[in-house]
Write a protein that binds this ligand. Structure first.
Ligand SMILES: [Zn+2]
Length: 115
């Protein structure tokens, strides 16, 4: 799983294909992400204490992680993401299109450091 909360991703399949948005939530168990403005549905809610008006509530539903790509911070394109170890043993994501680094995903570990 190489997508984290607050990443910008692009949807590559389905109704919202081509849409970009910020990741609001990541569900590691289900392999799904909730993206701002993507897969919006109307939830019909009854009148209740919390919601005395009732009516329709627009909200995003999670989408499969395989249907989104991380948008590269460097080239700005949606590209496949790889992971690699740096000289200090930290793990980072990188863009497979331009090779730029896209944020650290694990702290440095001596085991993986290059001597
Ligand atoms: Zn890139």
């Amino acid at each position: 799983m190489r997508i984290k909360t607050n990443d910008t991703v692009e949807v590559i399949a389905g109704d919202d294909k081509g849409a970009r948005g910020k990741v609001l939530k990541v569900d590691l168990v289900a392999g799904k992400v909730t993206v701002e403005g993507v897969n919006r549905v109307y939830k019909h809610v009854r009148r209740s204490q919390r919601n005395p008006q009732g009516g329709r509530l627009s909200m995003e539903m999670p989408v499969r992680i395989s249907n989104v790509l991380l948008v590269c911070r460097s080239c700005g394109k949606a590209a496949r993401t790889g992971a690699r170890y740096m000289d200090d043993g930290a793990k980072q994501r990188y863009c497979k299109r331009c090779g730029a680094e896209n944020g650290q995903i694990a702290p440095p570990k001596a085991r993986y450091a290059r001597k």
